[in-house]
Design a binder for this molecule. Structure first.
Ligand code: FAD
Length: 472
């Protein structure tokens, strides 16, 4: 079932204009390419049922992308850009039909300079690291989906990841050097954003410009060690997690905390963690290991497994058990498990983590990812609990906010209901310039007039607030 409002004649004329550029309206392909990983949310499984594009288009280069965009503008066809399709909040789902434009063919490194790398939007994040590692550099951060996600999709739909415990989140000043976007007009133009302006487009779900190239800062590529560390109780694991991140001299890129019994939900790792213990999954530079070992000992923990990055007996990089991947593993045990994207306050971090752990002990065990945010150290996560209803999720949201946490709603495909990205006049103005016909990511930005999806997926979350708002 399509939700399209698109005129069939316009679609036919669009297809004619595409010529040799790969496109299809085969129903099975359209269904597959109209989905991302929203099925992790029981709420989104219901809300996004039947939202399917009318045409799938896969340009093989930036020049072909320009032809596609010009044709869509001419025929007023809504556009949903698609990278790896790994977004979890349904932000890649075409809410009003139209074209899904798959940019995974628009790939390649454009330039590497000392301290930065520039790539085309469809390049896999892992491929960028693979290309620059021989020079001794790597990206400062990547999502746990780095092997499947595109760099454009990461900047348009993601926000943080492996590396964030040291460098902060993508939105933090200096973590995105430049973004080039293509406008959706009959004669598409390219616009380059630098400095704080990059945040106008970052995490906007592709609603105010098609990202064509990105330039990101790089960091030294150390010899990373993967560590599975156990602690007899959650308090010791939490203390270690906070202390290791506050030790600026220790080089690390991942600190992922899982309360008992969550370690048992990872069959590939459970053997390294004694029953009843809490687990920290970490990555640290080889030369920092003596300091890591000291702190593990001080906190009463034990390193159950250590190997070079990517060489684990579990047959995948360790980070594929962390961040968004953790829930994927928990849901293999029970598909009804969910969590909330809550941020703990930096000034009372450890106390706050312990207070929530104690108060919500009956709700579920805690999963946290340590990350820096606007210069402070924070943690994101929540108790992992069994979904019952949207009312229950709303109640949990309220309780966690009352406990001092900031919550983003990850069970909605709209920016308004999510609360993770500020959408102010600067974003609206930029959208009017880049997307004068209103074709991009329909239904997702705060500029929407009729917004049933926001209303039906809203939670009582007040969202994340940023000290540095986008300049107007
Ligand atoms: C198991 C799992 C783990 C995850 N871990 C993390 C994590 O650690 N950190 C994190 O931040 N996220 C994480 N995510 C979410 C997601 O993987 C990332 O956001 C990812 O980087 C998205 O990239 P993608 O290429 O798959 O984008 P897609 O899913 O294809 O698209 C994401 C959004 O961006 C838009 N978009 C895509 N390309 C462009 C473009 N070129 N221009 C404009 N708009 C565009 C899409 O329309 C959509 O709204 C995880 C998801 C899963 C399923």
């Amino acid at each position: 079932m399509s939700v399209t409002t698109v005129d069939p004649g316009s679609l036919a004329r669009l297809a004619e204009d595409l010529g040799d550029i790969t496109h299809s309206s085969e129903p099975r392909l359209l269904r597959a390419k109209s989905r991302d990983r929203f099925a992790q949310s029981p709420i989104l499984r219901e809300v996004l049922r039947g939202k399917i594009a009318d045409i799938y288009i896969a340009p093989g280069s930036k020049a072909e992308l320009r032809t596609v965009v010009a044709a869509c503008a001419r025929h007023r066809i809504p556009i949903t850009v698609r990278g790896g399709g790994t977004a979890q909040f349904g932000q890649g789902v075409p809410l009003s039909g139209g074209a899904v434009v798959d940019v995974t063919g628009v790939t390649g490194i454009v330039a590497q300079r000392l301290g930065t790398v520039r790539a085309l939007c469809g390049t896999l994040v892992a491929d960028i690291d693979a290309a620059i590692r021989p020079t001794g550099w790597e990206l400062r951060m990547h999502p746990s989906t780095t092997r499947q996600a595109t760099i454009g999709g990461y900047l348009a739909g993601g926000h943080a990841g492996i590396g964030s415990c040291h460098w902060g989140i993508l939105r933090d000043r200096g973590n995105i050097t430049a973004i080039e976007v293509m406008t959706v007009e009959e004669e598409p133009r390219l616009v380059e954003l630098v400095g704080a302006d990059v945040n106008t487009v970052h995490h906007a779900y592709g609603a105010n410009g098609i990202i064509t190239e990105v330039e990101l800062p790089t960091a030294p590529a150390w010899t990373w060690q993967e560590l599975v560390i156990s602690f007899p109780d959650f308090a010791s694991a939490a203390r270690f997690s906070v202390e290791i991140c506050r030790s600026e001299g220790v080089l690390k890129k991942l600190v992922s905390l899982h309360a008992d019994p969550l370690p048992t939900y990872f069959p590939d790792l459970a053997g390294f963690v004694p029953p009843g213990h809490a687990m920290v999954l970490a990555m640290a530079a080889e030369q920092s290991m003596p300091d890591v070992e000291d702190l593990v000992r001080e906190c009463g923990g034990s390193i159950g497994y250590r190997c070079d990055e990517g060489a684990g007996v579990y047959d995948c990089p360790l980070y594929e058990f962390t961040w968004g991947h953790s829930m994927m593993h928990y849901q293999r045990l029970d598909r009804a498990f969910i969590g909330l994207l809550a941020m703990f306050p930096a000034d009372t971090l450890l106390e706050s983590i312990m207070a929530v752990h104690t108060e919500f002990a009956a709700v579920g065990p805690m999963h946290l990812e340590m990350k820096r945010f606007e210069g402070g150290l924070s943690a994101q996560g929540s108790p992992v609990f069994v979904f019952e209803s949207q009312e229950q999720v709303a109640e949990m949201t309220t309780r966690l906010q009352e406990a001092g946490l900031s919550i983003a709603n990850t069970h909605t495909p709209t920016l308004r209901a999510s609360g993770m990205k500020p959408w102010a006049e600067v974003e609206s103005r930029f959208k009017r310039m880049t997307d004068p016909h209103g074709l991009l990511a329909q239904g997702k930005s705060d500029d929407e007039k009729e917004d049933d999806i926001s209303a039906s997926t809203a939670l009582p979350n007040s969202g994340w607030s940023y000290r540095t708002a986008t300049p107007s």
